[in-house]
Design a protein around this ligand. Structure first.
Ligand code: MN
Length: 227
């Protein structure tokens, strides 16, 4: 009985603060957790979305008490003025934004599409070829030390560029040293994104991940960013 009482108490303590201020919510995965098999395994997706991402959302909501102005801001607006907040908002707000985008940028077989003609031609003009772009992206993924993200962005000058950020930072953040732009593709290179299946083999994870990229969505984001 003692253990049950303790469990109930822990559950209440865990749920109540986020229930009181649930401004930010965990978006459902746009596909089943096993839809990216065999490249991204079901167990990784379950833990990554249901535990890691959920924790970023919960911890971000917990900061509304410290920063009431968070309540009126969109998730994207939070990124653009992140320098005005503390590191908990930066880490968890960034984590929420990055993962919400990441899930949309992958898709099950048959729904991945191809890069649009406009995207293909921009990639050719900025990187010479799609293969050259992917090679640079792979290199950036391998050289990001520790945890972080790699991005394909549209710069304010409407050029495509590859960059990476540490931790849960992203190219929307108003932080010195971050390459600013609109992200149209990204990969999570935290170990939690690949360790169960690939262990320490990040290169293998990244090269397999290209198989699940949702080019329909990347092309859509590219069009919107070029407007
Ligand atoms: Mn992650």
């Amino acid at each position: 009985m003692k253990i049950v009482r303790r469990l109930v108490f822990m559950l209440a303590a865990f749920c109540l603060p986020s229930a009181l201020s649930a401004q930010f919510t965990l978006p459902p995965l746009p596909y089943p957790t096993d839809a990216l098999e065999p490249y991204i395994d079901k167990a990784t997706m379950e833990i990554h979305h249901g535990q890691h991402h959920a924790a970023y959302v919960r911890n971000l909501n917990a900061q509304i008490g410290n920063f009431p102005e968070l309540e009126g801001l969109s998730l994207e607006a939070v990124q653009r003025q992140i320098s005005g907040f503390n590191s908990a908002v930066r880490n968890n707000g960034g984590g929420h934004f990055n993962h919400s985008l990441f899930w949309r940028l992958m898709a099950p077989e048959g729904q991945r599409g191809k890069p649009s003609a406009a995207l293909e031609s921009a990639v050719k003009s900025d990187f010479t070829s799609m293969d050259a772009m992917k090679k640079l992206f792979d290199q950036e993924s391998l050289s990001r030390f520790g945890s972080g993200w790699v991005w394909l962005i549209v710069t304010p000058e409407k050029k495509l560029k590859i960059c990476s950020t540490p931790n849960q930072d992203n190219p929307l953040m108003d932080i010195p040293g971050i390459e600013r732009g609109t992200p149209i593709l990204c990969i999570d290179v935290w170990e939690h994104a690949y360790y169960l299946k690939y262990q320490n083999r990040r290169a293998e994870y990244v090269s397999n991940w290209w198989n699940v990229v949702n080019w329909n969505e990347v092309s859509k984001l590219f069009d919107a960013a070029m407007k």
